[in-house]
Design a protein around this ligand. Structure first.
Ligand code: GMT
Length: 374
């Protein structure tokens, strides 16, 4: 049995989901898990006797111009490493989590190994900032082991930061018991969607990088040919401009803004196609969530997305900004029942085989074993 500390961003987001689901599966496999974060990870909903949560508290002393979150996290890490005698501290995101973990490893009396998982924005966004570059590189090189969620992210990290460290690809996964298609007889009706209308869905944090406007423009073309509705799920900085765009395009009756939602698999169960037309995406966890619920995806051919979607087999890839092509793929799928069924089945099998949680957990455990035997 290993004692594993996990630090992640606890709010809604793919990296937090992966960290939390991994912790839950490791606990089920008999390991003891200690989450160390600023608030309880949102997916940590059920009680488990081998899962503990340690909250990082930030004191707002008047002398501090900025409350020192990173140092509060480091101090909490030191406390938990020593108190619980952690074997591994697995941090998700290089900045600031890996830096804090490395500092905590140096301060703590008990010997602990640091495993860092890169999720994307720490490299593709923060890595571009020259102020952070050296710090991120240091965090990666000083970790005992580093993993990334796609080959594309490894290549980008190497290219941007020239790190002198082996980075192993461990793909993301979903909780298969949660992401499963379920008959939802009443849901379409509750949202005022007619039974003969097709449903397109987009789920994101509405950041600029997600290009939600491309989803809306695509739907605008699809709606001319196929009776359909678009569900926009999530919230974020671009939300109000997207509401405005929908008004301008006179799509108000056919585009439903649902805000943040918990029961994503229920919404996916009434959807025919998921659209993810991002500018950057190291993996695109939502694609896997959709595929796991038998929903095929049309997504941009960027970052790690082509490692998740097999073009013309499990979904379709389009060039960034190519609205006509994404609309054409949607119309083709929505008007060819046999094709839609075939692609949905392929997508489901791909999600279950290539990205099965049991195999991903095994890969993380072998990383832990490797660093512990060094
Ligand atoms: O995409 C975001 O804005 C959120 C971010 C996160 O921290 O959860 O997502 C990143 O990590 C996810 C989990 O590994 C990946 O599925 C997303 O592709 C990645 N986002 C980007 O690379 C933009």
């Amino acid at each position: 049995m290993l004692k594993i500390g996990i630090t992640c961003y606890p709010t809604v987001g793919g990296s937090g989901v992966i960290a939390t689901e991994l912790g839950k599966l490791l606990a089920e496999a008999g390991h003891e898990i200690h989450f160390i974060s600023s608030s309880i990870p949102f997916r940590l909903d059920n009680f488990h006797p081998r899962i503990f949560y340690h909250e990082v508290e930030i004191n707002h002393y008047p002398v501090f111009q900025y409350p020192p979150y990173d140092l509060a996290l480091t101090s909490k890490m030191v406390e938990i490493i020593d108190q619980e005698k952690l074997d591994i501290l697995h941090v998700h995101y290089a900045m600031p989590h890996a830096i804090c973990a490395i500092l905590a490893r140096d301060i703590a009396s008990h010997k602990v190994k640091i495993v860092t998982t890169l999720h994307g924005t720490d490299i593709t966004v923060l890595g571009i900032d020259t102020t952070f570059r050296k710090t991120i590189k240091y965090a990666i090189e000083q970790s005992d082991a580093v993993t990334a969620v796609s080959r594309s992210l490894v290549d980008q990290t190497m290219e941007m930061l020239q790190v002198n460290k082996e980075i192993e690809v461990i793909y993301n996964f979903v909780n298969e018991s949660e992401y499963v298609k379920e008959e939802q007889l009443a849901l379409k009706q509750q949202y005022g969607i007619k039974q003969d209308e097709k449903v397109l869905i987009h789920i994101s944090n509405f950041r600029k990088v997600k290009r939600v406007q491309d989803v809306i423009y695509t739907f605008n073309l699809v709606r001319d040919k196929v009776k359909s509705k678009l569900l926009l799920v999530g919230d974020g900085p671009e939300y109000s401009s997207m509401v405005k765009l929908v008004e301008e395009l006179q799509l108000v009756d056919d585009v439903l803004f649902l805000g943040k939602q918990n029961n994503i698999s229920k919404l996916l169960s009434v959807s025919d196609i998921l659209l993810l037309l991002s500018e950057k995406e190291s993996f695109g966890l939502v694609l896997l969530e959709a595929n796991s619920c038998e929903v095929p995806c049309i997504a941009t051919n960027v970052g790690g997305i082509p490692e998740v979607i097999k073009h013309e087999e499990t979904g379709y890839l389009v060039d960034l900004g190519d609205i006509e092509q994404s609309a054409a793929y949607c119309i083709d799928l929505l008007t060819d029942e046999a094709k839609l069924t075939r692609i949905s089945e392929n997508a489901y099998l791909h999600a279950r085989n290539t990205f099965h949680s049991a195999s991903i957990v095994k890969q993380y455990l072998s990383v832990y074993d490797k660093v512990l035997s060094q």
